[in-house]
Structures are given as C-alpha cells and as structure tokens.
Write a protein that binds this ligand. Sequence first.
Ligand SMILES: Cc1cc2nc3c(=O)[nH]c(=O)nc-3n(C[C@H](O)[C@H](O)[C@H](O)COP(=O)(O)OP(=O)(O)OC[C@H]3O[C@@H](n4cnc5c(N)ncnc54)[C@H](O)[C@@H]3O)c2cc1C
Length: 413
Amino acid sequence: MLKQGKIAIIGAGAAGIMVAIIAKRLNKDLEIDIFEINKSIGKKILASGNGRCNISNSNISQSNFIGENPSFTSYALENFTYKDFENFCKSIGLYLDVKEDNKVYPLSNEAKSVTRLLENNCLDLGIKLVLETKIENIEKENEKFTLSSSQKEFKDYDKVVISSGLGAAPQLNANESGLDFASKFGHSFNLTYPSLVGLHTDFKHSVKIQGVKKVAQVSLYVDGKKENSIIGDILFTKYGLSGFAILDISQFAVYPLKLFQNVQLGINLFPNINRNELLSMIEYSFKNLGNEKASLLLGGLVSNKLAPIILENNGIDRETLAKNINAKQIRSIVNNLCNWRFKVVDTQGFKHAEASGGGIRCDEVNPKTYESKLCKNLYFAGEVLDIVGNRGGYNLHFAWASGYLVGKTLAKK
Ligand SMILES: Cc1cc2nc3c(=O)[nH]c(=O)nc-3n(C[C@H](O)[C@H](O)[C@H](O)COP(=O)(O)OP(=O)(O)OC[C@H]3O[C@@H](n4cnc5c(N)ncnc54)[C@H](O)[C@@H]3O)c2cc1C
C-alpha cells in the first residue's frame, strides 16, 4: 500500500465517479471509497436531458461557462476535450450520438445506460460505493481525514474529494453540504442561485395565457440597462415565463435578482419581422376588415389567447371593433408585440432548476490540479465549484473534465 493511498470521495455524481475511475485506472494501489446519500449513483445523470442525458457537447470552450472566474475551466477543458470524453465512453462500452447542434447523447438515447456502465466500471476496478450514507462532517488531524455520517465514522483518509454538487433538484437529495465542508477548511464561496430555471413575473394575467409557445427574442434589462439578448422558444406559464430561451437568459437574470436589482425581460414576439412591416400588416387588416373585432384580427398574427390580452394591455376593450382603433393605439399595440416588458420577481427555485450558480471560489483552488490552496490533500470537482455551464451538455462535461483532472492528480505517486 502506498503512503498516501486512501481516498474518500463525497458524492457519486458525474464528477465523483470520474475522479474514482481515472484515479484507480492509473494507480491500482489506491483504495477509493465513494460516499453517496442516494441508493444508487448518478441520480442527476439519470434526470438530465429529460432522461435522455445530454451528456456533453462536441464544441466546448470556457466561453460556455459562467462564474466569478470562468477562465478557471480552461486547463481542465484542454486536458479533457470532447474527443477524450468519447474515448473514455468507449472504454466503458458507451457509444455516443452527436446531434447537428453539437449536443451529445448516448447512442442508446437512455441515461440509464450511462449510469449502469459507470457503476459496472467502478465495481470492476474495486472502487467501494458506500451508498445511502450522507457525510455530515470532515475533520483533519495529523494529515489524516476522518469523515462521519450520523451513524458512523470513516477514518484514515489521506485525501478527500468534495464532489457533492450544489442545491439544484433537492428532490434528488441535492444539497449544499459541500460548502459547509469547504468553509471548515477556510474556503469562501459565492452566493448560490438556481440557474437554467423558469422565471416568475409580475404580469397579472399569466394564468390566462399559460400554454402559449412562441419563438421570440428575449432581452434582459438590469436596472434599465440591456445586458443580453437571445432568440429561442418561450412558453407562457401560470407563474410567468419558461421555455429554452428563458432558461438560457435565466443564467444572467437570477444573480442580479438575488442582489435585489431591477430585472426585466423585453419580449419581441416577432424577431424576424421588422416593426414597420408589422405596423403595415395590422393597419392593413384593421382598415380592410374594420367591422371585425380587433381581437379576432390580432389572432391572425399572434395566438388567440394573446390577442385580447395585448388589447387590454393597451387599454382597449377586447370587444372593440378594428375600425375604432386609432393610429396611436395601433403603434402602441406594435410596441407591445415587439417589446413586451415583464418585471422578473422570482424564479421557479432550485426544485425546478437544471443547475446551480455560485459555489466555492475558484481563486482558492489550483486550476491545474483542483486541489485546495488552503488545505493540502483536499480537492474539488464538478458543480460545487463556482462554475455553471450553458444549457447543452456543458454542465456534465465540466463535471467529467474536472473529475478527470482530479483523478489524474490523485493517481500520481
Ligand atoms: C433536471 C436536471 C436536468 C439536467 N440536464 C442536464 C443536461 O441535459 N446536460 C447537462 O450537461 N447537465 C444537465 N444537468 C446538470 C448536471 O446534471 C449537473 O451539472 C451535473 O450532474 C453535476 O455533477 P456533479 O457530479 O458535480 O454533482 P451531482 O450530480 O449533483 O452529484 C453530487 C452527488 O453528491 C451527493 N451528495 C451530496 N451531498 C452529499 C453528502 N453530504 N454525502 C454524500 N453524498 C452527497 C448527491 O446525492 C449527488 O449524487 C441537469 C440537472 C438537472 C437537475
């Protein structure tokens, strides 16, 4: 047995599993225990991509990540490229399907095949999975770590890896215990917040338009300043807004919201038609079909659920005939269709978030090894760090890449 050969990994998610497999493959003498609250490994892998698991992305760089210092990811990403990931998958018997938009899924189209093959590889390598065990505390004395659950102490570890994720999806037992462990060893962390999440707005009539889907341009305004703009699917919901474009923009909206800044979304329901064209379209139908209800005619442009609401937003009764709407009112309708402002008041919360922003400050972690700069032999991997990826397989890829780097470091004699 090596002098420094006993390793504890807290959390059997993508990051922790990767650490264990790589470390053990490269150094058979290591004794590795992975502690996991759940009955089985990789619960979030199973939940990802709606059960299909958007496992990685074939076009990845540090620009796909957000945090206090996104460049922290670059060394790990360069050392574990998409090609490296593909080779790793092949080595456990997993084949991949790269879609046109670079998103990567298992060829089986099933997340379950990913966790089964990972678990099989862990067991083949003699990695011990200590399941249904929540680590509550870590102590370090005389260079040895002791971990404890509510039932038991686990002693004599030379190195500890915190890969326990953060709070997104608490229904899968996700939690922020990693931040408490790290704090004990002097680490600080940045405010955590739900990311890739639906947004609650102050719009009073959300219930009336729930279910309407549209491709729109979504612009983010923080304290009145335009910060970002994304074109994609939006979905009106009873609480406010969701859909891919909203999840994407939430990555930039939630942090300022947490800081009590004024966060607004401007929705352009017609990103591919210019304002003047839209104005002419409405003027034409209101003029030529003036005896029809304006809401009916607007329904020829936007969803029938939205049309009366757009009129009411502009102080026009939904029963009004088109001929009774004046030029100024038509301009304000067009303005509403192209720049519908919603004040964001809350999020759908961690329960419905795909990821968690914030986390352990990367400046306190060595970017080439992911070892703590404050406590020797303590390492971090995955989402517990203050790094969050865009939607599209980036979060899982960072978990794999950071896990790979830690595994390689641990294997060194
Ligand atoms: C619904 C949903 C869909 C998603 N879809 C995608 C997607 O399609 N593509 C993508 O790239 N990303 C997706 N993500 C994000 C991605 O799943 C995570 O970013 C990634 O799994 C993080 O990996 P991790 O290993 O760092 O943390 P986790 O997967 O959170 O693993 C941490 C593990 O530690 C365990 N744990 C925590 N505390 C303790 C403790 N004290 N003791 C013992 N065990 C502990 C937890 O139970 C957990 O199993 C999705 C997330 C969710 C919630």
